[in-house]
Design a protein around this ligand. Structure first.
Ligand code: NDP
Ligand code: GUE
Length: 305
């Protein structure tokens, strides 16, 4: 892929800027006695998260955040998993918890997300946390959604009144992108598998977000000339050389002739997602510290009794 083309909206510079902020925040918190520690929960063997977890560990270590992997067997019951999460909630050394998706179908994902204490919920996926973005409180949003919006902002386009189309409406990617962009003043259309003509909507978009999981779903004739295309899909396929490789949901080679900006896969949304996860880890830690302050920094009635 000729990544020297300046139409590529690369993740690296955006991720590097965020990582610098995170490193400074992590150093400061550690110096003040609050060491950030992120726990990653996987259930069963999920090949889809391998790259993500590997990158999380590498980047967390770079910025001074402890990273702990907690793999659980696929047969674990929802009750056992909830009990393990409650143990992490009560452990002061654990400052952030992420449940890597997908989890096996017998685990109710909403209930499991709900088991994470909202102050340690670094993805903002607790049913009560996710409501914050509906109220325009955007400090801690699901990582991929926040990363996709950061990349759109990096184009310099004015989001107010921008015509945005999102293809895919999962609770972790498509829906939160819609809420984040509505908060920023964009006009948002969300497409999914029942949409009559994804192409007809996509062609009207000044900014097109694609999070479906189908390689080359979006072709050049579905993109408005001059649009910004944010390709969130991560699909593994066997390349012409017989080796497996990652491709997005957009037919990049043809779409880059039409679009003004396009995020590459790999090297686009992925690295920014990891950076946002680490930024969220610091946001969660500062909320825990605020609670600690408000609990202990005032004169204690308990001690006086
Ligand atoms: N870069 C990153 O950081 C991340 C990348 N990903 C990648 O993004 C992709 C999407 O992930 P995720 O949201 O979790 O996936 P889901 O499978 O949960 O959601 C896919 C969405 O696409 C919709 N859809 C399916 N087929 C079509 C179609 N033909 N036309 C329009 N919409 C369709 C589905 O609609 P319906 O529900 O109605 O069927 C659903 O809303 C995957 O490739 C995943 O690997 C995911 C997370 C992070
Ligand atoms: N709770 C939860 N939240 C997620 O956000 C989530 C998840 N579960 N499950 C899996 C998917 C997938 N995902 C990726 C994030 C970054 C890269 C990433 O860093 N990609 C590099 C890959 C580079 C390389 O090949 O090493 C890139 O695109 O450049 C990949 C995949 C997050 N997801």
């Amino acid at each position: 892929m000729p990544l020297d083309d300046n139409r590529y909206l690369k993740g690296a510079p955006v991720a590097a800027r965020i990582m610098d902020e995170v490193r400074a925040a992590a150093e400061k918190a550690t110096g003040e006695g609050f060491k950030p520690r992120l726990v990653s929960i996987t259930v069963g063997d999920v090949a889809a998260v391998d790259v993500y977890v590997r990158n999380q560990r590498a980047k967390a270590e770079k910025v001074g955040i402890d990273f702990e992997e907690r793999p659980f067997p696929a047969e674990i019951t929802a009750e056992e998993l909830e009990a393990a999460i409650h143990g992490m909630n009560a452990d002061p050394r654990v400052t952030g918890i992420i449940i890597q998706r997908p989890v096996p179908s017998h685990i109710p994902i909403k209930a499991i997300q709900g088991a994470i204490h909202p102050l340690k919920d670094v993805e903002g996926m607790h049913p009560s946390s996710i409501g914050n973005i509906v109220y325009n409180d955007l400090d801690l949003a699901p990582c991929t959604a926040a990363a996709s919006v950061e990349l759109l902002k990096a184009t310099g386009l004015d989001l107010k009144g921008l015509e945005v189309v999102i293809v895919g409406h999962s609770e972790i990617v498509g829906k939160p992108i819609a809420f984040l962009l509505m908060s920023e003043g964009a006009t948002v259309t969300v497409c999914h598998h029942m949409t009559r003509s994804v192409a007809a909507h996509a062609r009207r978009a000044d900014a097109l977000f694609v999070a479906v999981g189908k390689a080359r779903l979006i072709k050049a004739d579905m993109v408005k000339p001059g649009a910004a295309v944010i390709d969130i899909g991560i699909n593994s396929e066997v390349g012409p050389d017989g080796n497996s490789r990652l491709v997005g949901d957009v037919d990049t080679e043809s779409v880059k002739e039409v679009a003004s900006w396009i995020t590459p896969v790999p090297g686009g949304v992925g690295p920014v997602t990891v950076a946002i996860l680490l930024r969220n880890t610091m946001v969660a830690l500062s909320r825990q510290r605020a609670l600690y302050q408000s609990t202990y920094a005032t004169e204690s009635k308990v001690a006086a009794e």
